[in-house]
Each structure stands twice: as C-alpha cells, then as structure tokens.
Ligand binder design. Structure first.
Ligand SMILES: [Zn+2]
Length: 345
C-alpha cells in the first residue's frame, strides 16, 4: 500500500491501543534495510513503522555528502515508491532529534512536508520525534508545544520524550544520568498531558521511560519497571479522563523479555523501537557468508576469488532476508502479526 496517510496512521494507532498490540518501529539507513522491513512486515501481515535517525539519514546521503535532511528525504522517497507493492500499511517516522538538531533536521523535514502539501502531494513523513529529554521538563515542553501546533497543521504526529532512555544510540550517550531520570514519574506525565493537551485535536506519542536503555546488555543489567507506565496512565486518566491516556512508545526494545513487552503494551505502548536486534540480524547473515566463503570473497594466494560471492547483492540479499525474519519475530512479540488494518476488511 502507499505510505499511510494521516487518517490511516491514526486508525493504526487506535486499533493497536484498542486491541493491545504495538507496531514494530524499525530503524533503517539504506535501501536494503528499508526493503527488509517492508518484507518482514508484509510476511507478518502486520502494519508498521519505518524510522530514520539523524545518523542513519546522514549515512544514507553518502559519506562525502553527509546531509541528514537529504538522506532522510531520499530514504522516505524510496519507501513512498516501493511501499505501494507491499500488502500492508507503513508509516514513516524520524527518530531522536535533540533540541540543538531541530533547525538542522526536524524543522527542514516539516518544511518539506508543508511544501508538498501546498503542491497537493502527500506528506513526506507521518511523524517526527523531538527528544527534549536532556532539558528540564519545562524547557522540553516549551519547545514541544509550538512544535506540536506546527506539526498538527500539516497532519503530522509528534513524538515527545519525558525521562531519559539509558545507553547509547547513534553516538549519543546518556551515561551518568541520575537513576531516577530513567523513570518518568506520574507527575511528569500529568505535566506532559496538561501542556500538550492545550493543542486542540493534535495527536502525539509519548516516550515515557521506565528504565529502558538503547542497545543490548547481558541479563541483569537493565531493570525495566513497566508499572511506571501504568501509574502514569492512571494519574492522567484520573485528572483528565480516559481520552487523555497516552499512546506510548517503548524505546530500547531490543533484548527485552516478552513479559516486559506485553506488560508495557497492556499499559498503552503502541510503538516499540527496534534497532540493535535488527542491526545484528543483518550483520550476522553477512558474517556467515564471509566466513563460509572465505576463498570466494577474498583473492587468496594469487587466486581470483568468486565474483558470485563477492557481488554485494549476494550477501546483501541474505542480510535483507535475515533482517526481515527478525522483523517478523518483533511483530510476533508485539502481537502485531496478522493485525494489519487491511486484514480487517
Ligand atoms: Zn530511542
């Protein structure tokens, strides 16, 4: 299907919230990884989200250009063109954008959508994340409120973050963050609801943190407390009514236990970000190819190697399939398999 429009994306989120499942939101940085997500979603009959980080976008524009905006547009254009060939809905999203990157990444992409809409064309992305977690909550929301107003005018959904996701992603480290900041409090969630609720009719997603970290760690390192989400949702519902319950985003989903994922979904998570696990699946297949075909991918001892084996398509197609398989595992864990809106008709 063509990339979801605003109405479809809203329906996707509503459906997930109502039926207690969540969408895999997978980071991509190339045509091949984007195709892998589409393949995995289609084979799962699950709708989903393709997302691009600032670093992934810069990479996609080429190592001598390194233009985040250009790379993000290029990847999104690719998905707009090929998504139509897959029998599921997919939405396009941009990942963590810190306050200091707004003017160089998020805002130009919103402007691009504004231009496209004026020309009668579909939005470039469906949603964008503003990550103000390094700021005080007040400063964070002072930026988020006008940004949400602007996004809403163009039928864009804004994702905001309260609390800090631990670990490292895309070179941004949060080491040294005081432990309590890794857990969003009910008070924080009430404040987010009060401030963003002012923007009439606007939709937003909240990345509330409950001990999540980016990356994968050995067992015991991460103490997830999904009950944080339950407590925050209850506080918001008590104060502002059931409609005020958040659509939540689970960051650092890689390596999480199934029980933790399901508990988080039961408390309102509708989107789970996955990067590390799909990166590994992709690279694992390439490593396997290289080790098995050592004499083919390399020219050893004056030999000529095997063109079939060093043609990048040979191992990139294996990587595409392996990553798609990991996307299917994610869809299963998120209870999204077979839940495409298209299956409802
Ligand atoms: Zn994240």
């Amino acid at each position: 299907m063509p990339v979801a429009d605003y109405r479809t994306y809203c329906r996707m989120i509503d459906e997930a919230r109502k039926n207690r499942f969540a969408y895999p939101a997978i980071n991509v940085s190339s045509l091949t990884t984007a195709n892998a997500v589409l393949k995995g979603l289609a084979e799962s009959r699950s709708d989903g989200i393709i997302q691009v980080s600032t670093g992934g976008a810069a990479f996609a524009s080429g190592s001598s250009v390194k233009d985040m905006v250009l790379g993000a547009i290029s990847l999104a254009e690719h998905v707009h063109r090929v998504a139509a060939r897959y029998p599921v809905h997919v939405a396009l999203h941009t990942d963590h954008c810190q306050a200091q990157m707004l003017e160089s990444f998020l805002v130009p992409l919103v402007q691009e959508t504004e231009r496209r809409r004026q020309a009668g064309l579909p939005n470039l992305f469906n949603s964008h994340m503003f990550d103000g977690s390094a700021l005080s909550l007040k400063e964070n929301l002072d930026i988020a409120v006008p940004l949400l107003e602007r996004c809403h005018r163009s039928e864009l959904i804004l994702e905001v973050e309260a609390g800090v996701v631990g670990g490292e992603e895309d070179g941004v480290k949060t080491e040294g963050t005081p432990a309590e900041k890794l857990y969003t409090t009910p008070g924080d969630m009430l404040e987010v609801s009060r401030r963003l609720g002012v923007v009439q009719g606007a939709r937003f997603l909240l990345a509330a943190t409950f001990g999540n970290v980016h990356g994968v760690y050995k067992p015991g390192h991460v103490k997830l407390k999904p009950s944080i989400l339950r407590d925050g949702q209850e506080a918001v519902e008590k104060e502002y009514g059931p409609d005020a319950r958040f659509d939540l985003v689970f960051h650092g989903g890689s390596g999480s236990l199934l029980e933790e994922i399901h508990e988080a979904i039961d408390y309102g998570v509708v989107k789970m970000n996955i990067d590390t696990d799909t990166q590994y699946a992709f690279t694992r297949a390439i490593a396997d190819h290289m080790f098995r075909n050592y004499d083919g991918v390399l020219k050893v001892d004056g030999e000529v190697g095997s063109k079939k084996q060093y043609d990048p398509r040979s191992y990139l197609s294996l990587a595409e399939t392996a990553m798609a398989e990991r996307v299917k595992v994610a869809a299963g864990a998120l209870r999204a398999t077979g839940r495409s809106l298209l299956a409802l008709k």
